[in-house]
Write a protein that binds this ligand. Structure first.
Ligand SMILES: Cc1cc2nc3c(=O)[nH]c(=O)nc-3n(C[C@H](O)[C@H](O)[C@H](O)COP(=O)(O)OP(=O)(O)OC[C@H]3O[C@@H](n4cnc5c(N)ncnc54)[C@H](O)[C@@H]3O)c2cc1C
Length: 363
């Protein structure tokens, strides 16, 4: 029996791929409803279409361009080769869980993982408060940023967690995703419809002040009246030396810190890692090698960019946005997918000598 802890992006996709190959799979999820509460903006680049067929009802909006806005207010507009999708994130999780169930996976919601020892996981049913043990041949920790599976099995490490705070709010917009990188972290405004946005910030410090100041800047003094609902959640910073397997225990997704350190997005990476995990189990390959081959170098490059950005002052962001405004540089960004910077960073560095100035931040 393969036991998966967590019915989020990573857990559901691993459950689907493994059940489809005939493995006995059970998934334990602490929440009573899969995908809820939501703590995700749901932006996905078009590469996601190669993984999962997107049903229309999962998509809240499609957007063809983004702006990177610098602290001095200037912006570069990037037109995507293919539109980004803005998903109803809970519906994506529920959709993939249904795919897994159709392939034979068993799901238990309101069931929280407590610990594991000698091939048995201890689970508590939150509805009855009963505890029981279940045997496993493999235990997959897909239990998110604060992973208990990682903690209990000595794989948590000394990780950094960002906090993301966002709101759905009434706000007229021109259907462009706006990113606001800055000294405190990143902020975003993502249109859900012509009159509604998902507006949020992520940082390691002072999140409430950051959120309130940003909302006021975008929506004006009366911003709190425009807010429909708020969501919050931790986001791990990628740790390149993280151990993701130990004997019969594996980590995948946020539990293994597989998040892009620049934009703090991890839904695509969770699915790609789940696919690598399923492949390594089916083909008896080394999991660490498999996931690193697919996303390791890109995650590392995102982390290097984040390390440089952490030392940026406002003037550095202003300079960077100006560099991206040059036609030749903007084109490189437009032709490539931001999930995979290894495919274009060298090209960009060669096209723009000014970028070399930023390498001093890595020393
Ligand atoms: C505000 C915010 C906005 C974001 N926006 C984006 C975005 O636009 N695009 C993007 O790609 N990424 C975004 N992310 C990141 C993205 O949400 C995560 O990278 C992604 O959800 C990781 O999937 P996962 O399956 O690893 O973890 P999760 O989706 O967190 O799933 C983990 C699951 O495990 C369950 N669980 C935890 N502990 C236990 C336990 N002990 N027992 C049983 N179950 C347990 C949880 O309830 C949860 O359902 C955002 C994050 C935040 C906080």
């Amino acid at each position: 029996m393969i036991t998966i802890i967590g019915a989020g992006a990573a857990g559901n996709y691993a459950a689907y791929l493994l059940a489809k190959q005939g493995f006995d799979v059970q998934v334990f999820e602490a929440n009573s409803s899969i995908g809820k509460p939501v703590a995700c903006t749901g932006i996905l680049t078009s590469h996601f279409d190669t993984l999962i067929e997107m049903k229309k009802e999962l998509i809240a909006n499609e957007i063809s361009s983004s702006r990177i806005v610098s602290p001095d207010g200037s912006a570069v507009k990037i037109n995507f080769r293919k539109p980004n999708k803005i998903l109803h994130r809970h519906m994506l999780d529920q959709h993939v869980a249904r795919m897994a169930i159709e392939e034979g996976a068993k799901y238990y919601t309101s069931h929280v993982y407590l610990e594991n020892r000698n091939g048995k996981a201890r689970i508590r049913n939150l509805k009855t408060e009963e505890e029981f043990e279940t045997e496993y041949s493999m235990l997959i920790g897909a239990d998110g940023p604060a992973s208990k599976v990682a903690k209990n099995n000595g794989m948590y490490g000394n990780r950094t967690l960002y906090l993301g705070l966002q709101a759905t709010a009434k706000h007229d917009n021109d259907n462009v995703i706006d990113f606001y990188p800055g000294e405190q972290g990143i902020a975003w405004v993502v249109p859900e419809s012509g009159s509604t946005v998902r507006i949020g910030v992520a940082s390691t410090t002072g999140i409430s002040d950051y959120f309130n100041t940003f909302c006021k800047k975008i929506m004006g003094e009366e911003y709190s009246e425009k807010i429909i609902e708020k969501q919050a959640g931790p986001i791990p910073l990628y740790k390149p030396d993280i151990k993701t397997s130990k004997e019969d225990v594996y980590l995948v997704g946020d539990s293994a810190t597989m998040v892009k350190a620049t934009t703090l997005g991890g839904v695509m990476q969770s699915h790609l890692a789940a696919k690598a995990l399923a492949r390594s189990i089916i083909e008896r390959k080394d999991y660490e090698n498999e996931w690193r081959k697919v996303i390791g170098r890109d995650l590392w490059l995102h982390l290097m960019m984040r390390k440089a950005m952490d030392k940026f002052k406002e003037k550095d962001y202003n300079y960077l946005v100006n560099i991206f405004k040059k036609d030749s540089n903007r084109k490189i960004l437009e032709e490539n997918d931001r999930d995979f910077p290894t495919k274009f960073m060298l090209k960009l560095a060669l096209s723009e000598p000014g970028l070399a100035l930023f390498s001093r931040f890595l020393i």
